[in-house]
Design a protein around this ligand. Structure first.
Ligand code: NAD
Length: 385
């Protein structure tokens, strides 16, 4: 079986799907696995082509030919539409795919007979933990959001009592306490800030408290979570109540970090212009959902906007790519876990055995069909709308 790791094409992408360590691990899994890596693939993580060679990969430069030869293509980002035709029918493809937004791409992958796996759709279960790329990347993004928040704040995070005066600790408010939010809380605490947090899922209260932060109580009535542990979308009244209560906390916070997402839907709007107006000049809002709909009114992914009242709104954009060495290492380990699960030693190929719940969860297209029920239903709804 031949695996191909193409260079990521997006200008803002610095991560790579496999590291030399992961290449060596795959070679150890089965020596019938051959790995080709496009020249330059590791340039952003300070890994030279020779290191891939030493790990047992072949470094190649004819990208189109390799796409055609590969049995499995692994990437960070979705397959560019213009490269689908270069893949042979039956080729497997593993990457982030954003299947609920990229429905046209999903349909085209199905049409071309690609066996496409979406790492976002790997079930968030204990069994699948080592393959959970959403978590591995969100964890790093949560850390980076805090660092960004501090960089744009004209103030340190910890309390300093010095002969020249006492510096009060920064007040940090984290909204949305999933994987990224928990890491943001932990990082801000480590840096010495006073941290508060809120999430619509009441189950996270204890996790917030165990990190030494304060959970903000907002009574929204029935909220709950899906079977998979994701937040449910709030009603308009619930959202309005949340916005009003949060505004009070935002007004005295130095840094607000928003991480709220509702799986398969645009991110909820949590901080309106009115809330920004009541915040202190010099305070900073980091919107980690800027690229997926935006939790903060007016935020732009990858940009820092200063409001007329002097609040800096930082639009997070692919934050894991700002720490590409670590992000690539953990992503490669996630892929390694998934490929080990998919590996059929008897056939010397990967299998798409949908009796396995992890495989059934993340296999999106196979043998010309859109096989994932949730994504297929979403596409049908879209077509009939
Ligand atoms: P996510 O990125 O989908 O969302 C981030 C957070 O935003 C979530 O905590 C969500 O509740 C919150 N949110 C949504 N709407 C909100 C609103 N209006 N106001 C405030 N917060 C709002 O979340 P995630 O990090 O991908 O985690 C999703 C779930 O998966 C969690 O329950 C997490 O514990 C679970 N999980 C489980 C495992 C495992 O068991 N192996 C691994 C990872 C994650």
């Amino acid at each position: 079986m031949r695996i191909f790791v193409p260079l990521e094409r997006s200008e803002t992408e610095t991560r790579v799907a496999l590291t030399p360590e992961a290449v060596a691990q795959l070679r150890k899994l089965d020596e019938r696995i051959a790995i080709a890596v496009e020249a330059g693939a590791g340039r952003h993580i300070d890994v030279a082509d020779a290191a891939y060679g030493e790990a047992g990969a072949e470094v190649v430069s004819d990208r189109a030919a390799e796409l055609g030869r590969a049995d499995l293509v692994v990437r960070v980002n979705p397959c560019p539409e213009e490269e689908i035709d270069a893949l042979g029918s039956g080729t497997a493809h593993i990457s982030f795919l954003d299947p609920f937004s990229r429905t046209d791409l999903v349909r085209r992958l199905a049409g071309a007979g690609i066996r496409a796996f979406s790492v976002e759709m790997i079930p968030r279960t204990t069994l699948a933990q080592k393959m959970d790329a959403l978590s591995s990347q969100a964890n790093l993004a949560g850390y980076r959001a805090v660092i960004l928040g501090q960089q744009h704040l004209g103030k340190v995070f910890p309390m300093f009592m010095t002969a020249a005066g006492t510096i009060q600790p920064a007040r940090v408010f984290v909204i949305g306490v999933g994987v990224a939010g928990l890491q943001a809380i932990a990082t801000a605490k480590r840096l010495g800030a006073r941290v508060e947090a809120f999430d619509t899922r009441p189950v996270v209260r204890e996790q917030v408290q165990s990190l030494g932060a304060r959970f903000i109580d907002i009574d929204l009535g029935e909220t709950g979570q899906t079977e998979g542990g994701y937040a449910r979308e709030l009603t308009a009244e619930q959202l309005a109540r949340q916005q009003a209560e949060q505004a009070r906390v935002c007004a005295y916070s130095d840094v607000v970090i928003t991480t709220a997402q509702v799986f398969g839907r645009p991110a909820p709007r949590l901080i309106t212009e009115a809330v920004l107006r009541d915040m202190k000049p010099g305070s900073v809002v980091v919107d980690m959902a800027a690229a997926t709909g935006g939790n903060v009114e007016g935020s732009v992914a990858g940009e820092v906007i200063t409001t007329p009242g002097g609040v800096k709104v930082v639009g997070g954009d692919n934050l894991p790519a700002s720490v590409p060495r670590d992000a690539s290492m953990v992503y490669a380990n996630n892929l390694l876990g998934l490929i080990e699960l998919l590996w059929d030693a008897e056939a010397g190929q990967i299998r798409a055995d949908t009796d396995d719940e992890i495989i059934a969860g993340c296999l999106i297209t196979d043998a010309g069909e859109l096989v994932n029920t949730a994504v297929a239903e979403h596409c049908k709804k879209e077509e009939s709308a």
